[in-house]
Design a binder for this molecule. Structure first.
Ligand SMILES: [Ca+2]
Length: 316
């Protein structure tokens, strides 16, 4: 999910397209050239843009889905979970990534920590993608993480999630290595992918029947990540359980309890970086190089619902 290099080309393309759109949208550059015999101040006036963003609608959410009891896999026990049953997000478990710089992927949203974008309702974590002007962005959403709060090495990790459909939607349940560090002065710079990334689930609305599970590390990041995907019709119409089983030997991916992929440490030799604690990230990105542009027919707000996150580890 997190990435820098291979997506920069597309980001540059998006910026170029935006510049072209701005130039065309002003509808005045020709007029300026024709009417002005000098290059004086008329340009500033004609390039003023007005942007109308429709008001956001009142939020709605779905009812609590039928409960699934906590049931550790054979040989495992529950070591941590968040069922999202309270009134407010538990800040002993979660913190926020905040900002609108594209997150290395040309993403369109500004991530906030406002309840408009992330809250608990009906026993669910609700992440809401909104079409609204915020700072320099035209969309908002949320990205929650357990960094420095809940980090785990090895185990069986699962979340029950209902993803939103629609072109440009990019919900994800994933992990970064606890050694991950971002350069605050230049956030695109980080020690990724050396720090490692485990994508338990990625979903892009333009491929509505596909679920992606991927590893990123040194020499196998971004477009060359070690991935697999599984096909399931109408993924976005219901809750599903997305999980991995991770041990010293490798990582295996599950969709509703069925294994659909496996990556063993042997395939990358000493470039395997999955022997340290990792933290969780839950987010709904909007647009960007992996999902592509947000569809013109997409109706906001969009919701990603998470019923729980559960961590099991082997009984010692
Ligand atoms: Ca719940």
């Amino acid at each position: 999910m997190s990435n820098t290099n291979y997506r920069r080309g597309a980001l540059a393309l998006l910026i170029a397209l935006a510049l072209v759109a701005t130039a065309c949208g002003s509808g005045s550059s020709d007029d300026v050239a024709a009417d002005s015999s000098t290059t004086t101040t008329t340009v500033a006036a004609t390039t003023t843009t007005t942007t109308t963003v429709p008001p956001t609608t009142t939020t709605t959410t779905i009812a609590t889905p039928e409960a699934i009891p906590i049931e550790p896999p054979e040989g495992y026990e529950l070591v941590w979970n968040d069922e999202f049953d309270g009134d407010t997000i538990d800040l002993d478990n979660w913190t926020y990534d905040i900002g609108g710089w594209g997150w290395g992927n040309g993403e369109a949203q500004y991530y906030t920590d406002r309840p408009e974008n992330a809250r608990l309702q009906n026993g669910l974590l609700v992440i809401e993608g909104r079409f609204e002007r915020f700072e320099d962005n035209y969309y908002t959403s949320a990205r929650l993480k357990t960094e420095d709060l809940q980090e785990f090495q090895y185990g069986y990790f699962e979340a029950r999630i209902k993803v939103p459909e629609g072109k440009g939607m990019w919900p994800a349940f994933w992990m970064l290595g606890s050694s991950f560090e971002r350069n605050e002065a230049n956030p695109i710079e980080a020690n990724w992918p050396q720090s490692g990334e485990i994508d338990i689930m990625e979903y892009v609305g333009r491929e509505p029947d596909l679920i992606y599970g991927t590893l990123h590390g040194p020499g196998y990041a971004g477009a060359t990540g070690l991935g697999q995907r599984t096909k399931f019709k109408d993924v976005a119409t219901d809750f599903h359980i997305y999980a991995i089983e991770w041990d010293y030997d490798g990582i295996r991916w599950f969709f509703d309890g069925e294994q659909y992929g496996e990556k063993s440490r042997d395939i990358v030799g000493d470039r395997w970086v999955f022997d340290q604690p990792f933290f969780f990230i839950l987010n709904l990105a909007l647009g960007g190089t992996f999902p592509g542009p947000i569809g013109l027919d997409v109706e906001f707000p969009k919701y990603m619902y998470v019923d729980y996150v559960r961590v099991y580890q082997q009984v010692s």
